[in-house]
Design a protein around this ligand. Sequence first.
Ligand code: PLP
Length: 406
Amino acid sequence: MAMNRVYMDANATTPLLPEVLAAMRPWFEEKFGNPSSIHFNGQQARSAVDHARESVAGMLSCRPAEVVFTSGGTEGDNLALFGILRAGGVLQPGDHLITSSVEHDAVLHAAQHLRDHGIEVTFLPVSSDGVVDPGDVRRALSAKTKLISVMMANNETGVLQPVSEIGKIAQEADVYFHTDAVQAAAKIPLDVKAIGCDLLTLSGHKIHAPLGTGALYVRRGTQIEPLFFGGLHERHRRAGTENLPGIVGLGKAADLAVAALEAGIPAKIAALRDRLEARILENVDEAGVNGGGAPRVCNTSSMWFDHVEGEALVIALDLKGLAVSGGSACQSGATEPSHVMLAMGLSEERARSCVRFSLLKSTTDDDVEFAASLVPGTVARLRDLSPVYAKNVAVSADGGESHGRK
Ligand code: PLP
């Protein structure tokens, strides 16, 4: 009999929805065309791209012309940062970028590169729950600040940042504001005006569209320097023949995401996520939730399990049929503890013990039951194998102390 397999790694990627595949399929089969061609095939292709652009604009409450199709979140983040800081063609040493210490590597590494090339960069700290203080943003502003980039929802913890407050600060200071909404999209409604951002990044494969698709919202009037040089596609903001089937898929996924939000799916997922956390905490001592005290997106739970290696737990759970992730999926293979957990003040040891459960909108009660029943025994077995844990238990037994939940 096939093993029961449950996927709880939606923040790494999501499966293509059948409706998305159905929308894309004609563009792999009977239909084709280059949207820049003026003949029938080209017009058909152009109209499909325009339609998808309207769908993405609908998801963001912006104008279709403000949507730039990209190859994903990494490109969108890079286009936002380099596009603003290289406006006019060259970096101006001394220009200032404000970002946070918990950004995804797509922003963090771009910011580090910019810093290495003469841009002043402030990496804002976060609270123990992983939240940026808007007061810190205000205090970091200088006459040279050109851009603020603070993510909407963290990929590891799901913690939401106070982006609307930051947007107001940016507007008052007349500074551009970019937010990476890759992990917020399809989990909370997005309205670029309410956020007050000039740039916002989306990634297709996190919202059931294909890998290698995405979009960057660029507010009308915002001058960005392109990353690529070539044709005049996407109103000079992103050269290259459009990924037509991918863009059609992204448009369909955006429509479905809006419908799912309107149908109240996030509340259902949040209830499942909360039950999973409660069940695990009931049965596992010395464990906790990262960012549990902060507002979070509905589907994400990052948990620490003292005296356990997160990666070992991920592998052990996978062998039993549960797919989760140790911290950020983009870092798997690396032994460094997550920069997000360290920024939140976790010790290196605790940071290494973290596991992320991220639910799909199709996650069921049974899936949660399955995960909740696997985790306690698996953690206990790994702790039994840990010499450090065995020593701690012996010490606390001698001292008459028990392992309380911290
Ligand atoms: N930003 C965040 C918050 C992410 O979680 C990710 C992917 O995990 C990215 C950016 C990069 O997106 P992509 O995989 O589409 O390049």
